[in-house]
Write a protein that binds this ligand. Sequence first.
Ligand SMILES: C[S@@+](CC[C@H](N)C(=O)[O-])C[C@H]1O[C@@H](n2cnc3c(N)ncnc32)[C@H](O)[C@@H]1O
Length: 265
Amino acid sequence: MSDKPTRPALVNVQTEDSCASFEWQWTQQTVLDSKSTLYRKLFESRGVWYDHYDGKIVADVGSGMGRLTWALAELTRAREIISVELSPMSVAKQRTYITDPRVKFLQADLAIVKFKADVIHAAGVIQHTRDPFVTLSNLIDNLTEGGELFISFYLRTMATQMLQPLRLVLSRLPKRMLWSLTPLLAPLFMVRWAGRESGYKTAMHTAYDWFGSHEFQYYFTDRQIRRLFNQCGIHPHNVIQIAKGLYKVRKGVFPIMLEEELRAF
Ligand SMILES: C[S@@+](CC[C@H](N)C(=O)[O-])C[C@H]1O[C@@H](n2cnc3c(N)ncnc32)[C@H](O)[C@@H]1O
């Protein structure tokens, strides 16, 4: 028998190349956001108060150029902030401007990275991972008991399916060429208020996110999302949909017995 240690096959991890289009976007193009829109993203739109993160370990995963990590450092009294991102150059960019000593940077794949956090934000990432189920299970594993995950999904709707043929064409374009088309594509993502609130430049980024050449892009129905949570061991009453495609999930037991029996009051 060989003395060589056997390493488990890393079948669920993805190459850094699978995110090269994001890396280009986050390192070559600027993103415009204000503290007030970032406050809305981390607090108001998640239904939590200004002191929600006090003393907690909070993670921002699939953190891109790090705007949410930066906002967590600026706007919260979290004990520790963990930024996890696959692209080494995006992590390097974050390190240039996020200097708060509470922030730890991990260049890692979400399918296998290990940490412990009380709150995890997974904004705009799960649909771009090789195996969303494996990624989600690992994220939930990384939560402390009673910890919560805020997670957004691309939805499978008539509108998103109608955009698919366009994506098949646009995702083949060189990055720079696709970026030059984003001023034309941005209005598609400003139909909803959530798309308009951060302005035109951010909508250009959303368009690039949607049509870029990254390797993985999945779409989900609400039923599929709830099934995924269930398969990861989350009780259905520990899942709250806070907006279309945006969910808040709590790890741990749900201790109340809810009977269907009708009572007269
Ligand atoms: C659409 S961007 C979202 C960036 C950020 N959350 C934001 O809202 O500004 C998705 C990011 O997830 C990263 N990513 C994709 N798959 C990943 C994985 N398996 N592990 C870690 N990061 C990943 C990409 O490199 C990219 O920066």
